[in-house]
Design a protein around this ligand. Structure first.
Ligand SMILES: [Zn+2]
Length: 97
């Protein structure tokens, strides 16, 4: 779980979920602006590659497009729900590369 770099407060899952749609949020404990670290942002872009796995499965077993869409949607939701667990925070906005 993400830990505040200013006060050491460990964010709750619900608080960390805010980081999914924007890369910065204020700490609920000390109100300091915290940014999602470049490492976490890179990791979340890698995990989106996982959507390719159902595409491979549906092609191999000759399944319909709907199976693929259902599969990808399931994986996407799973990634979103689990992503707060591997998020780390940073004091400032880090360049991605
Ligand atoms: Zn804090």
């Amino acid at each position: 779980m993400p830990t505040c770099q200013n006060c050491g407060y460990i964010w709750r899952w619900k608080e960390a979920m805010r980081l999914i749609y924007r890369s910065k949020a204020t700490c609920p404990n000390c109100n300091t602006k915290q940014f999602l670290s470049a490492k976490s942002r890179k990791r979340s872009s890698y995990t989106s590659i996982l959507v390719v796995i159902p595409l491979g499965i549906t092609t191999i077993y000759n399944l319909s497009l709907w199976v693929y869409l259902g599969f990808s949607f399931g994986i996407l939701v799973l990634i979103l729900l689990l992503s707060p667990f591997y998020y780390t925070l940073s004091h400032e906005e880090e360049p991605l590369w």
